[in-house]
Design a protein around this ligand. Sequence first.
Ligand SMILES: Cc1cc2nc3c(=O)[nH]c(=O)nc-3n(C[C@H](O)[C@H](O)[C@H](O)COP(=O)(O)OP(=O)(O)OC[C@H]3O[C@@H](n4cnc5c(N)ncnc54)[C@H](O)[C@@H]3O)c2cc1C
Length: 475
Amino acid sequence: MNAVTCKVKTTNSKKRVLIVGGGLAGLATAECLARNYSDRFDISLLEAKRKTGGRAGSFQESKTGVTVDYCQHVAMGCCTNFLGLLERQGLGGQLHRYTCLKFFHPEFPVSTFTPSRWLPAPFHLMPALSNLRYLNRSQRRQIKHALFRLFRTSSDELGDLLAEPWLKAHGQDRATIGDFWSVIVVSALGESIDRVSLAAVRKVFVDGFAAAHNASDVLVPKLPLADLIGGHLTAAIEQLGVEVKTGQVVRQISAEKSIALADGRLLAADHVVSAVPWHAVNHLVPPDTVEKLEALAAAPASPISGLHLWFDRQITELPHAVLVGTVAQWVFRQPWEEDDRSSAGFYYQVVISASQSARCLPRQELIEIVLRELRNAFPQAKNAKLVQSKVVTDPQSVFSITPEFEALRPPSRTGLPWLHLAGDWVATGWPATMESAVISGRMAAASVVQSEFGGNLEVEAGLPRRWLARCLIKP
Ligand SMILES: Cc1cc2nc3c(=O)[nH]c(=O)nc-3n(C[C@H](O)[C@H](O)[C@H](O)COP(=O)(O)OP(=O)(O)OC[C@H]3O[C@@H](n4cnc5c(N)ncnc54)[C@H](O)[C@@H]3O)c2cc1C
């Protein structure tokens, strides 16, 4: 094969930045560099697939022709970097914001979790906890005790501890771990409570719930991710001057500061940002430039399953609900149409995180179990007929956020001054989320700027902590 090196023209002294990977991490890197330093850099983003967005994407269901997300994505009020990215492109209004969550337990009446608007953080959570009707008084006491201990222990002090033994050592019984900690942890971290690092659990409960009002707000896209991220967000970034090229599979980033495409072309660059997932980066970058990449590539992933269900009628009017003690964990109603009936029927999606066991079940059996659970939770579902269904599982949905994985996460800077890393898996301090991907993009942009001319770019601060939260919650 004849490799052709394409020296891309730079009109002035602008430096050429190539970003490999058009998920949120790559897009955020491009946006950050283009918005702040368009006079200094020519930026191109190369994405292997036909559409940008990566894991935050959608597909067209073959029988119904309807576009649905591979899996429903939600952000939280604490995701200031992700929300900031959308807002800067005028897309902040494309998310529904919900301040309360409904919890359904098969044996108890429905519970509404609404943090107080008037009590100061973190006490604003207390009424919401008291409203979880499936927890008894002793369980609530246990939870408050453990939360307080978590607040009083800084994340640095948690080291490589696992969550479950720590929770048991701090008085949480099996039922409390199963009905409370596990429910939040599995959906927020995508991994079961016996495997996750305590630092990640602390991150969820402190940043995602306790530290500020509105941290636990749930934000759901009003349109499919393929339109929001792959469409509008990408178009806005192109408007900033970034060249976005899809269908470009990068085979290798070479030590000679160039990248080899699968079609044989070589592209030269002044800086390369690798923004591919943790399991793909080791094959891509020059050997021995980033420590521990082999171990990262072999690190376990956790699957998330989305059950796409079309009914002949509405099964609930709620936009979403959390199911406790069941195989189904979250149910979402079609979020992007006023009238939620498409030609295919009334659409709902059930999400099962850490779905290792669920995905081993035969498809039909899994659907029947989930249907039973939905009928038990929602009276309207009893007479509803399922007209179409599809189960989508990505076995590598998210990295498994174990203490071992936390220890492997690298910074954006590598051993080579021109090579930088982005991706939800770099050392952002966040679990595998859209927020982590966007933070990593900003970190990679900062690394480019730092290495090129010593400039600085900050990651956006989280929600401001008021006086009481600062006193009670260690950093
Ligand atoms: C089922 C599921 C549910 C989720 N739910 C949520 C949620 O509710 N909330 C939330 O915040 N997060 C959620 N996440 C996580 C979130 O999607 C990811 O953390 C985030 O999208 C990761 O972005 P990224 O850019 O780091 O990686 P990716 O999205 O994986 O992007 C990497 C990109 O690199 C491209 N690429 C790879 N190799 C090459 C190559 N050789 N050449 C060119 N391009 C290449 C890929 O095609 C891809 O587009 C979920 C993920 C899944 C899978």
